[in-house]
Design a protein around this ligand. Structure first.
Ligand code: HEM
Ligand SMILES: *[C@@H]1O[C@H](CO)[C@@H](O)[C@H](O)[C@H]1NC(C)=O
Ligand SMILES: *[C@@H]1O[C@H](CO)[C@@H](O)[C@H](O)[C@H]1NC(C)=O
Ligand SMILES: *[C@@H]1O[C@H](CO)[C@@H](O)[C@H](O)[C@H]1NC(C)=O
Ligand SMILES: *[C@@H]1O[C@H](CO)[C@@H](O)[C@H](O)[C@H]1NC(C)=O
Ligand SMILES: *[C@@H]1O[C@H](CO)[C@@H](O)[C@H](O)[C@H]1NC(C)=O
Length: 345
C-alpha cells in the first residue's frame, strides 16, 4: 500500500517533469519577461489608434485583418509553427507564401520588426510561431476594445517552436476555398484540428470576415455563377467594383464587411443573414440548423461573439504545435529563414 502510493507519486513526478506543453507566461521562465510587451508595442505602433471618423479610418486598417488571417493560415497548414512566414521551402523551393490560397497575405513586416527587437533583447529565445500568436492576439484585443467597452481578457499560451520547412504542397488541401459548402467546411475544420475545432468554432471564427478585404479573383466564381444565395443588388455592386479596373491585369479588392469594413464587430452575422456576406462559404453557414442558430444569435444587437471569438482564437492558436522538446523544431533567428542554410540562403 505504502509502496503503491510512493510509486504513484514517483510516476506523477516523472510524468509531469517530462511533460512538454504550452503555458501562459512561458517566456517569463526563459529570462525574457518582456517578450509579450515588446510584441504589443510593435503592434500598437503599426496599427495606430483604431478610430473611425465619419467613415474614415485614422489607423492602419490592414494590421488587424492581416495578422488574424496570417494566424489562421499558419495554424491550418501543419500547425502553428511559423511555416507561413518562410520565404522559401527546402532547397530554395516554393514556400507557402507562393500558394494561390495565400493571395493577399499580409503583416509579415510586423512579425519581422517584433523579431528584430526581440533578438536584440533576448537573442534566440522567442519563436516566430509565438510572435505570430502574440501579434494576432494583440491586434484582436486592440480592435475588440475599440468596439466593446469592457476590457476583454485574452491571455494566450506560448512555448511553440518554429518549423524548419514551409509546406507549399499542403496549402491547397489544408485551407478552405471560398466555394466550400457547410459540410466541406465542418469536415475540414474538424480534420485540420484533430477534432478540436467544432461547428461553434467554425461559425465564431468565420466572424473574422467582419474586417479586411478580398481580391475580386476570390469572388469571381460566385459572381459569374449568379449564386442565388448572394443578394442580387449587392452582386451588381460587386460586379461594378470588380469590372471598374481599367487594366485587365489588375485584381481590385472589395471590403469583406459592407457595413463596418474596418471594425472587429459582429455585424458580419447580419450580412450572412441578408445574403450580403462576400463568400459562398459565409452564406453556407445558414445551411444547417446548428450553424444557422448561431448566426442568428450573433446577429443580435447584444451577443457573446467577442468573448467566444477570443476562446476560438485561443483554440486555433494551439493546433498541432511543436513543443520545446521537439527535435523537429527550432527558434529561428529571422522569421523568413530557417537557421541552417539548407533552404538556399
Ligand atoms: C471558413 C472558411 C474560410 C474561407 C473559405 C475563407 C476565405 C477567405 C478568402 C477567399 C479571403 C480573401 C483573400 C483575398 O482574395 O485576398 C479571406 C480573407 C480573410 N479571411 Fe478568411 N476564410 C475562412 C476562414 C477564416 C478564418 C477562420 C479566419 C480567421 C480567424 C479568416 C480571416 C480572414 C481575414 C481577416 C481576411 C481579410 C484579410 C485581409 O484583409 O488581409 N478567415 N478569407
Ligand atoms: C537574462 O537576461 C539578461 C538580459 O536581459 C542577461 O543580462 C542575463 O545574463 C540573463 N540571465 C540568464 C541566466 O540567461
Ligand atoms: C536538397 O538538395 C540536396 C542536394 O542537392 C539533396 O541531396 C536533397 O535530397 C534535397 N532535398 C529535398 C527535400 O529536395
Ligand atoms: C492573464 O494574464 C495576466 C497577466 O499575466 C494575469 O494577471 C491574469 O491572471 C491572467 N488571466 C488568466 C485567466 O489566466
Ligand atoms: C465546441 O467546443 C466548445 C469548447 O471549446 C464548447 O463550449 C461548445 O459547446 C462546442 N460546440 C458544439 C456545437 O459542440
Ligand atoms: C445545403 O446542404 C445540402 C446538403 O446538406 C446541399 O445539398 C445543398 O445544395 C446546400 N444548399 C446550399 C444553398 O448550400
Amino acid at each position: 500500500m505504502k509502496f503503491k502510493v510512493i510509486f504513484s507519486l514517483f510516476l506523477l513526478v516523472a510524468v509531469t517533469s517530462v511533460h512538454a506543453g504550452l503555458e501562459v507566461g512561458y517566456y517569463e521562465k526563459k529570462n525574457c519577461s518582456q517578450a509579450e510587451k515588446i510584441v504589443r508595442e510593435v503592434v500598437e505602433k503599426e496599427l495606430g489608434i483604431p478610430i473611425v471618423l465619419f467613415g474614415y479610418p485614422l489607423f492602419d486598417v490592414s494590421v488587424g485583418p492581416g495578422l488574424v488571417r496570417l494566424l489562421f493560415h499558419d495554424c491550418f497548414v501543419r500547425g502553428c509553427d511559423g511555416s507561413v512566414l518562410l520565404d522559401k521551402g527546402l532547397n530554395n523551393s516554393r514556400s507557402e507564401k507562393d500558394a494561390s490560397k495565400n493571395l493577399g497575405l499580409r503583416g509579415f513586416e510586423i512579425i519581422d520588426e517584433a523579431k528584430k527587437r526581440l533578438e536584440e533583447t533576448c537573442p534566440g529565445v522567442v519563436s516566430c510561431a509565438d510572435i505570430l500568436v502574440f501579434a494576432a492576439r494583440d491586434a484582436t484585443q486592440i480592435m475588440l476594445n475599440a468596439i466593446y467597452h469592457e476590457y476583454i481578457e485574452f491571455n494566450v499560451s506560448s512555448g511553440r517552436l518554429d518549423s524548419k520547412n514551409s509546406f507549399y504542397d499542403q496549402v491547397e488541401t489544408s485551407l478552405p476555398p471560398p466555394e466550400f459548402n457547410l459540410k466541406e467546411l465542418t469536415d475540414l475544420f474538424s480534420l485540420r484540428s484533430n477534432e478540436n475545432l467544432n461547428v461553434t468554432d467554425l461559425v465564431v471564427l468565420s466572424g473574422a470576415h467582419t474586417f479586411g478585404v478580398s481580391h475580386c479573383s476570390s469572388i469571381k466564381n460566385r459572381l459569374d455563377s449568379n449564386d442565388p444565395t448572394l443578394d442580387q443588388n449587392y452582386a451588381a455592386q460587386l460586379r461594378e467594383i470588380c469590372r471598374s479596373s481599367t487594366h485587365p491585369d489588375t485584381n481590385p479588392v472589395v471590403n469583406l464587411d459592407k457595413q463596418t469594413p474596418y471594425e472587429l464587430d459582429s455585424l458580419y452575422y447580419q450580412n450572412v443573414q441578408r445574403g450580403t456576406a462576400l463568400f459562398y462559404s459565409d452564406s453556407s453557414l445558414l445551411n444547417g440548423t446548428e450553424t444557422k442558430d448561431l448566426v442568428n444569435e450573433y446577429a443580435q444587437p447584444v451577443n457573446d461573439w467577442a468573448e467566444d471569438f477570443v476562446k476560438s482564437m485561443k483554440k486555433l492558436s494551439e493546433l498541432n504545435v511543436m513543443f520545446d522538446t521537439d527535435p523537429e523544431g527550432e527558434i529561428r533567428k529571422i522569421c523568413r529563414k530557417v537557421n541552417n542554410k539548407v533552404n538556399g540562403y
